[in-house]
Design a protein around this ligand. Structure first.
Ligand SMILES: Nc1nc2c(ncn2[C@@H]2O[C@H](COP(=O)(O)OP(=O)(O)OP(=O)(O)O)[C@@H](O)[C@H]2O)c(=O)[nH]1
Ligand SMILES: [Mg+2]
Length: 528
């Protein structure tokens, strides 16, 4: 066999065993907890950490940033790569809060499927609905994990109905809860037709589980006669009335397979994780600007979907996260950045596990690889070897909140560096007023980002600064150099971005419409 044939066979084999997915939901549904428990079951960690814990307690691997640990919420997506049932899994834990949704959207571009987490007491919440829509537009297959069954929960049938009516997707249960709240004792695996009965444990280690058949005479003793009767009734109802799982319908996004459980108490994770590797698709072909690229194509290609500064407090470097889309990436490989056609050597590609990383020799489609970014990569950049490929650019969300950031000490150099690096991450957009003091003005999608900028400037750059909110609500780039001759209402702030393109900040839609009316030939662009 020729080397080329061997290579293509290796790529095809590696692609087939890869699963790259994101966990999405409304804040607090339990994404990070489910991520942590997945790592525990995969044997990637020995003891699960907590999202919000006492000082001495272990923290969740994917909430590695200092403010995430302080606040007990996820702020930025974290990539984790590990092996699960002979598969190579790349999991991206995303933040649920609306103010961080741009990061979540970018992450959804880098995956082949998603896991949607639902709080069993709350059902479909607003942010879950929005993220679901994005996933649907991208035609990503979705598995659903209904979480927190150890707390008082809504009726499982009602939850399935809500998924169907609110999201417009058929919901097919793959397991069925046995009791909820204090009475939650396990799940019935509908595919294997086995009862998984749990002993409550601390939650940090895998829960001991006994497996039995629903016809086992001892079942009544294990879960009580009442719950046994409930279970048998529920299951017979599903068998007659329920939709059957259909792999093609799931892969096409018309069906979601639903699992019930509790991430915190480790109930119902086994069947969920087995199904995940079995049902979720391997890396899929991807549209480039003028072609469709097959993952098993021999030439390497990939794109950068995320940049993160200061992951390692000792090295203070910036990491560009690349999703490999085709071919093989090898250490020290020479590739081209399609944005400016410049060659780049991939001297130290690494795989990630939350904050931790290790250098990799090779990476295959589906893998997320970190590249140390000496300012050469931007979000959306395509890297390729061989035949030229360019993946579509990743647009910025239009900012809706603006604030002037003021340095409160004298560390000018660190201040400039910090603001520039956080801008490069896509955390915010930065413009500078044309008239008056050249203090940076930040534009963000959600106001909570201002707190994050202040906290990260302090933690990561040692700089005290303060963001003062401005009344503006929208920024528009203008393709015009008439300068002062533009007729602008008084509240409009004239600024420039880092590339010296002119940007107008408006305080209201009315101001924007007025400006357009008074300057009919002016083009107001929502993105740079
Ligand atoms: N009782 C119970 N609590 C849970 C369960 N899963 C998660 N929690 C708790 O719910 C809270 C939120 O959990 P997270 O895992 O941080 O939720 P998240 O979806 O990652 O939240 P964001 O990333 O901030 O959007 C934490 O206090 C968890 O301990 C569960 O199965 N049962
Ligand atoms: Mg989280």
């Amino acid at each position: 066999m020729t080397t080329a044939a061997q290579t293509s066979e290796t790529i095809a084999r590696e692609v087939a065993r890869r699963r790259t997915f994101a966990i999405i939901s409304h804040p607090d549904a339990g994404k990070t907890t489910l991520t942590e428990k997945t790592l525990l079951y995969a044997g990637a960690i020995e003891l699960a950490g907590a999202v919000r814990g006492k000082k001495a307690q272990r923290h969740a691997v994917s909430d590695w940033m200092e403010i995430e640990r302080e606040r007990g919420i996820s702020i930025t997506s974290a990539a984790l790569e590990f092996d699960l049932f002979d598969h190579r899994v790349t999991l991206l834990d995303t933040p649920g809060h609306r103010d961080f949704s741009e990061d979540t959207y970018r992450t959804l571009l880098a995956v082949d499927s998603v896991v949607m987490v639902i709080d069993a007491a709350k059902g479909i919440e607003s942010q879950t609905r929005k993220l679901f829509e994005v996933a649907r537009q991208r035609r990503l297959p979705m598995l659903t994990f209904v979480n927190k069954l150890d707390l008082p929960a809504r009726d499982p049938l009602e939850l399935l109905d809500e998924i169907e009516s609110v999201l417009g997707v058929a919901a097919v249960p793959m397991n069925w809860p046995i009791g909820t709240g204090d009475r939650f004792r396990g799940v019935y695996d509908l595919r294997r037709q086995t009862v998984l009965f749990y002993e409550r444990s601390g939650g940090a280690r895998r829960a001991p589980v006994a497996v039995t058949s629903p016809n086992d005479p001892d079942l009544a003793e294990l879960i009580g006669e009442e719950r046994r009767a409930e279970l048998l009734e529920g299951v017979s109802l599903l068998e007659t009335a329920g939709t059957r799982f259909d792999l093609d319908a799931y892969r096409a996004g018309r069906q979601t397979a639903v699992f019930f459980g509790s991430a915190l108490s480790n109930f119902g994770l086994e069947s969920f994780l087995e199904a995940l590797v079995e049902l979720a698709p391997p890396p899929q072909p991807r549209e480039s600007e003028d072609d469709i690229i097959d993952p098993a194509a021999p030439d390497f290609s990939g794109f950068i979907f995320k940049i993160q500064a200061n992951m390692n407090p000792r090295h203070r470097d910036r990491v560009a996260f690349l999703r490999v889309c085709s071919g093989v990436l090898t250490k020290d490989m020479l590739v081209t950045n399609a944005r400016h056609n410049e060659p780049v050597r991939l001297s130290r590609p690494s795989r990630f596990f939350g904050r931790d990383r290790e250098t990799v020799e090779t990476a295959y489609p589906g893998d997320v690889v970190g590249l140390v970014n000496p300012g050469r990569f931007a979000i959306g950049d395509t890297l390729y070897a061989g035949t030229r490929v360019k993946y579509p650019r990743i647009p910025h969300f239009p900012a809706e909140f603006f604030g002037a950031v003021r340095l409160r000490d004298v560390k000018f150099k660190q201040f400039d560096e910090g603001i520039r690096q956080l801008e490069e991450e896509g955390l915010m957009q930065v413009v500078f007023p044309i008239y008056g003091k050249r203090e940076p003005i930040l534009g963000v999608v959600g106001a909570l980002q201002f707190d994050i900028v202040e906290a990260r400037m302090k933690n990561e750059y040692g700089v005290t600064c303060q963001v003062d909110k401005l009344p503006h609500i929208a920024a528009r780039w203008i393709d015009d150099d008439r300068g002062a001759s533009l007729k602008l209402p008084q509240g409009v702030l004239e600024t420039v971005d880092r590339d010296d393109r002119r940007v107008l900040l408006f305080q209201s839609d009315w101001e924007m419409q007025y400006t357009q009316r008074e300057n009919p030939s002016l083009k107001l662009l929502a993105v740079a």
